[in-house]
Write a protein that binds this ligand. Structure first.
Ligand code: GDP
Ligand code: IMO
Ligand code: MG
Length: 420
């Protein structure tokens, strides 16, 4: 049996915290897409850690963690992350498995990402510059190198061949930064990667499922960053939605049971691209300040705005969401009034559908006003104690989406979560 947990917005919904909270109910936590562009924040005994490559189940002794074939893996980041989790007393080597079909991010992929973004000027995507796009391009372009190739004695020859190809593209961009240091780090890190548990991911996970083990597939990024259904071209390069679980782990669709969508009580986006409910005023600034909205991977300030129910409804549809977790509800504690976008105004018409092209036509969000609860909810433990205005806000969202909010997160700590 497989449940899926994924982001409903433009990433950073708090997936890491929620996976860590749910992990004790699962035998395996598996990442199925994305790479070190992800930054999943966890608080372990009051101390913060951000995970980029390692699944968020790593702090649970009895949980197996799998990096699935759909991920793009940066060995350098992974190696550094092992040191980070070790400082929390966790031996990453014990419970982490890596699928041999997982594609590798090479130093030249990072260079290509940078060169490509620089060449776009004002139209840049705002990539995390981790080499994600070029690594996935080499996967679909049938050039990439995979974790399994590391065990082949010809790996270095294959690497040099691909590097030459990349060099020609870099030359055409006029990119001439020295990446020797990146390469040195890379070769050191792949030596380390070779010492880890590299498995045939699809057999590994299907055998576990047949033996009755419970799997939680951990999404990275968010549904609106999906390469097919997000705000293209301002998206990432993988399928972030529930469909990505099948291809990213090698499991059949009928094995998937619950699809848990994580959404903030408001909305954020980091990087470029359309964001209909974005606030450019002091309210946006207030959300950023109270919510501490700065990127976990790049430190960039996140753009902030009200919750967008049109986009959320779309994400529920595309993912087949069965339940929602609302995070960062406490960030709204002091707000006198809240707004929720219930439809888009495009070319003078009101609609509840996400359009094909969000970048070309201006979208005016139709906002519905709600009374704020103006109360500190951070130590509330059960839903009965939640303020009435908040219950109404939650009820309104449930009704609009037709999907229940089953948990409300009221702070960054593991224990700060309420069953709705
Ligand atoms: P992810 O990428 O979806 O895992 O999310 P990030 O870790 O990038 O960003 C979420 C941020 O919000 C992190 O700093 C979390 O510690 C924090 N966070 C998560 N849930 C809550 C919550 O309910 N309340 C507050 N105040 N912060 C939260
Ligand atoms: P988590 O898992 C928020 C954004 C980037 C950029 C676009 C493309 O922490 O939610 P990429 O590096 O993939 O080429 O960047 O996607 N982006 C994220 N935004 N959270 C993330 O991950 C993101 N991963 C990528 O900012 O706009
Ligand atoms: Mg994040």
């Amino acid at each position: 049996m497989v449940d899926v947990l994924l982001g409903m917005q433009w990433g950073d919904e708090g997936k890491g915290k929620i996976v860590d909270f749910f992990a004790p109910h699962y035998d395996i936590i598996a990442r199925f897409q994305g790479g070190p562009n992800a930054g999943h924040t966890l608080y372990i005994k009051g101390e913060k850690i951000v995970l980029h490559q390692i699944p968020s189940g790593i702090f649970h002794e009895n949980t197996t963690n799998l990096i699935g074939n759909g991920v793009v893996l940066d060995a350098v980041t992974l190696k550094k992350e092992f040191d980070k989790v070790a400082s929390f007393g966790v031996d990453g080597k014990k419970n982490l498995y890596i699928a041999e079909r997982t594609h590798l991010i090479l130093p030249t992929h990072r260079a290509l990402d940078k060169a490509s973004e620089l060449s776009k000027g004002n139209e840049k995507i705002g990539s995390t510059l981790k080499g994600i796009g070029p690594a996935y391009m080499d996967k679909t372009g049938r050039n990439g190198l995979r974790v399994g190739d590391l065990l082949d004695k010809n790996f270095t020859t294959q690497y040099i061949k691909l590097r030459l190809k990349h060099q020609r593209i870099l030359d055409s961009f006029g990119f001439n930064e020295d990446i020797t240091e990146w390469e040195e780090e890379f070769f050191e890190a792949i030596e380390f990667l070779r010492s880890l548990k590299i498995v045939n991911g699809e057999y590994f996970i299907n055998e576990k499922i047949s033996a009755g083990k419970k799997v939680l597939a951990e999404g990275a990024q968010g549904s609106m960053l999906d390469v097919d259904f997000g705000t293209f071209p301002f998206v990432t390069s993988s399928n972030t939605i529930s469909a990505g679980v099948c291809t990213g782990l090698g499991i059949a669709p009928q094995k998937i049971k619950e699809v848990i969508g994580v959404t903030k009580a408001y909305c954020t986006r980091v990087g470029s691209g359309p964001f209909p409910t974005e606030l450019h005023d002091e309210t946006g600034e207030r959300l950023r300040k109270v919510g501490n909205e700065f990127g976990a991977t790049t430190g960039r300030p996140r753009r902030c705005g009200w919750i967008d129910l049109v986009a959320l409804n779309f994400a529920c549809m595309i993912n087949g969401v069965t339940q929602l977790v609302m995070t960062k509800a406490d960030v709204l504690d002091a707000f006198e009034e809240l707004y929720a976008c219930t439809s888009y105004g495009i070319e003078g018409k009101q609609q509840k559908m996400v359009p094909y092209q969000m970048t070309k036509l201006p979208i005016i969000p139709f906002l519905e006003r709600h009374k704020g609860w103006q109360m500190d909810i951070t130590s509330i433990k059960n839903s009965e104690s939640l303020p009435e205005e908040m219950k109404q806000y939650i009820h309104f969202i449930n009704e609009y989406l037709g999907v229940p909010i089953t948990y409300i997160s009221n702070g960054p700590e593991r224990e700060q979560i309420i069953k709705a």
